[in-house]
Design a protein around this ligand. Structure first.
Ligand SMILES: Cc1ncc(C[n+]2csc(CCOP(=O)(O)OP(=O)(O)O)c2C)c(N)n1
Ligand SMILES: [Mg+2]
Length: 349
C-alpha cells in the first residue's frame, strides 16, 4: 500500500502551530567563505550583463529576464543547501540560480544562445533551464506554477524519506496567485519539507507591489495556514545566508514549511523588451548607490582585510570566465534538426 505523509487522523483537530522560528542572525562567514559568496554574486552580475549584450546583438532569441540586483538572494540561500539532497525550483528569472549552484557558465550561456551544449540541449532557452543531476527543476514560464510543483518535490522528499528540502522561489506578483495558497495549505497540512522563498523585487512587470497587494508584507502570507514567515534583507548575502540557516533548521526538524520574504530589487526591466516607464531612473539609481549587494559584500571583505588589488584581480578573473562563456556560446554548434523529435511527450489522452 502506498505510504501517506498525512500526520493526523480525520477526527483529530489540527494542532495550532504556536512555535516560532528564531530571529535569524547575519551569517558569520570566514574570509574565504565570504570571498566565495562575493565571487558567485560578481559572476552572476557580469554574466547577466553579457547576456544582455548578446541579446542586443540578436544572439539570444525569445525572452530573457535578467537577475541583476537580486544576486544576494540565490547566492545566500543556495550556499546553505545540501546539494546531495536538496532540490530547487524557480520561475523564468533563472540564470542566477543556476550559477549560484556553481554550474559551468559556458553551459548556461550556450542554453541562452540555443546551442546543443546548453544545459537543456539548447531547447529550453532562458526560461527553461533544467538539471535533474543538480536537483534543479526549472526554469518555469507560468507565473506561480513552480509553487505547487515545488510542493510536489517536497512531497517526494518526505515520501522517499531522503532527507531533502525543496527551495521554491517565486515573485511578489506570483504571491497573489490562488495556486500558491492551495500549495501552502497542503504543505502545512502534511508538514512538507519546503522553504517558500518570495523574491520581493518590488515589481511584477510594470506593477509595484504596493499597487497590487492588499497585504504587502508578504512574509505574513502564510498566517492563515499557520506557516511562519521571516522578512529578510535580500540585498545582504550574509543576511540571506543567516535566514537560510534558520529556515532549513526549521524544516529539517520536521516542523513543516516556512516562508522567507527576501526584500530585493531588480535593476533592469522585467525582461529585455521592457522600457521600464513605470518607475524613475532616480529610484533605480538610489537603490544601486545605497543597497547594492555586491558593494555591500565588498565592504565586508575590506573590513576583514581583503585588499583592493585582490578584488581587482578577482574582477579580471570573472570577466575572463564570462568572455570565454560568451565565445563558447557563439561558436558551439546548434542542435541537429533531428532534436526536434526528441524530449517530446507523444501520447494518447
Ligand atoms: C499565469 C501567468 N500569468 C501571467 C503571466 C505574464 N507574466 C509574466 S511575468 C509576470 C510578472 C510576475 O512578477 P513577479 O512574480 O513579481 O516576478 P518577477 O518578474 O518580478 O521576478 C507576469 C504577469 C504569466 N507568465 N503566467
Ligand atoms: Mg517581482
Amino acid at each position: 500500500m502506498a505510504k501517506t505523509p498525512a500526520t493526523r487522523r480525520k477526527s483529530e483537530p489540527a494542532k495550532p502551530n504556536r512555535e516560532r522560528p528564531n530571529e535569524p542572525q547575519r551569517y558569520k562567514a570566514e574570509k574565504e567563505e565570504l570571498l566565495e559568496l562575493y565571487k558567485r554574486m560578481l559572476l552572476i552580475r557580469r554574466f547577466e550583463e553579457k547576456a544582455g549584450q548578446l541579446y542586443g546583438l540578436g544572439l539570444i532569441g525569445g525572452f530573457c529576464h535578467l537577475y541583476i540586483g537580486q544576486e544576494a538572494v540565490a547566492v545566500g540561500l543556495q550556499s546553505a543547501l545540501d546539494h546531495e539532497k536538496d532540490s530547487v525550483i524557480t520561475g523564468y528569472r533563472d540564470h542566477g540560480h543556476m550559477l549560484a549552484y556553481g554550474l559551468d557558465p559556458k553551459v548556461i550561456m550556450a542554453e541562452l544562445t540555443g546551442r546543443e551544449a546548453g544545459i537543456s540541449k539548447g531547447k529550453g532557452g532562458s526560461m527553461h533551464m533544467f538539471s535533474t543531476d543538480h536537483k534543479f527543476y526549472g526554469g518555469h514560464g507560468i507565473v506561480g506554477a513552480q509553487v505547487p510543483l515545488g510542493t510536489g518535490l517536497a512531497f517526494a522528499h518526505k515520501y522517499n524519506e531522503d532527507g531533502g528540502v525543496t527551495l521554491a522561489y517565486f515573485g511578489d506578483g506570483a504571491a497573489n496567485q490562488g495556486q500558491v495558497y492551495e500549495a501552502f495549505n497542503m504543505a502545512e497540512l502534511w508538514k512538507l519539507p519546503i522553504v517558500f522563498v518570495i523574491e520581493n523585487n518590488q515589481y511584477a512587470m510594470g506593477t509595484s507591489v504596493n499597487r497590487s497587494s492588499a497585504e504587502d508584507q508578504l512574509f505574513k502570507r502564510g498566517e492563515s495556514f499557520r506557516i511562519p514567515g521571516i522578512q529578510v534583507d535580500g540585498m545582504d548575502v550574509l543576511a540571506a545566508r543567516g535566514a537560510a540557516e534558520e529556515a532549513l533548521k526549521w524544516v529539517r526538524d520536521g516542523k513543516g514549511p516556512i516562508i522567507l520574504e527576501m526584500k530585493t530589487y531588480r535593476y533592469r526591466g522585467h525582461s529585455m523588451s521592457d522600457p521600464a516607464k513605470y518607475r524613475s531612473r532616480e529610484e533605480v539609481q538610489s537603490i544601486r548607490e545605497k543597497s547594492d549587494p555586491i558593494e555591500h559584500a565588498k565592504r565586508d571583505l575590506e573590513a576583514v582585510g581583503v585588499k583592493e588589488d585582490e578584488l581587482k584581480t578577482l574582477e579580471k578573473e570573472i570577466r575572463k570566465i564570462v568572455n570565454e562563456a560568451a565565445d563558447f556560446a557563439e561558436t558551439t554548434p546548434e542542435p541537429d534538426a533531428g532534436e526536434l523529435y526528441t524530449d517530446v511527450l507523444v501520447e494518447k489522452y
